[in-house]
Design a protein around this ligand. Structure first.
Ligand SMILES: [Zn+2]
Length: 196
């Protein structure tokens, strides 16, 4: 039995272990209208893609620890000096200098508000979220951008105060580890693995 691909980095080199491409026997594709004549085969295959997070890795590590990290431009020559960006950006969009990573968890807990929202009854391929998905655009005091996330409890409303929740138990290290719930939601109402 093969092992699903695992990756680590040591001495600045990728070390890979296990199967990164795995083939299985397929099935014939037959034409029902013409006596089930053979017209092809299926080729099932599993691929493991190595997705590097680069400078954004800190952001995803933070979510697994219950922290919402952002970046701030501290370049004294930048017209937008002091601007805070969430979603996390590595370089300042105005002066292109590398920004400072900051912890904005408390700002999110105290000021997060739904700017606008949309409720999707259907989703794209491979979505792991339960439907209907309540996508929300979240604004924070002192942050110059708006974050796209999803509401896990209740119904979204414009201007509604929300608080972040984090999947600290069995994190996926993806953006799905961050979600929001209306302010005042009790800990026992949170989805499995999530906490404040
Ligand atoms: Zn800047």
């Amino acid at each position: 039995m093969s092992m699903i691909g695992q990756v680590s980095v040591k001495n600045n080199q990728y070390k890979i272990k296990g199967d990164f491409h795995h083939l299985e026997l397929g099935q014939p594709i037959r034409l029902a209208d013409e006596g089930w004549r053979l017209i092809g085969i299926t080729n099932p295959r599993h691929l493991t893609h190595m997705h590097s997070y680069g400078g954004e890795a800190l952001f995803f590590e933070g979510l697994s620890q219950g922290k919402l990290m952002a970046t701030r431009c501290d370049n004294p020559k930048c017209e937008s000096k002091g601007s805070i960006y969430q979603p996390f950006r590595i370089y300042c969009p105005d002066c292109l200098s590398k920004m400072t990573v900051i912890d904005m968890t408390n700002t999110a807990k105290k000021t997060a508000k739904i700017h606008t929202f949309m409720v999707c009854e259907r989703s794209g391929a491979f979505s792991l979220l339960d439907k209907p998905i309540k996508f929300i655009n979240v604004e924070f005091t002192g942050v110059c951008t708006i974050l796209m996330s999803y509401l896990s409890v209740g119904e979204p409303k414009m201007g509604m105060r929300v608080v972040p929740i984090f999947k600290k138990l069995d994190p996926t290290f993806t953006i799905l580890d961050l979600s929001f719930v209306p302010k005042g939601t009790k800990a026992d109402q949170l989805p499995s693995g999530f906490s404040f």
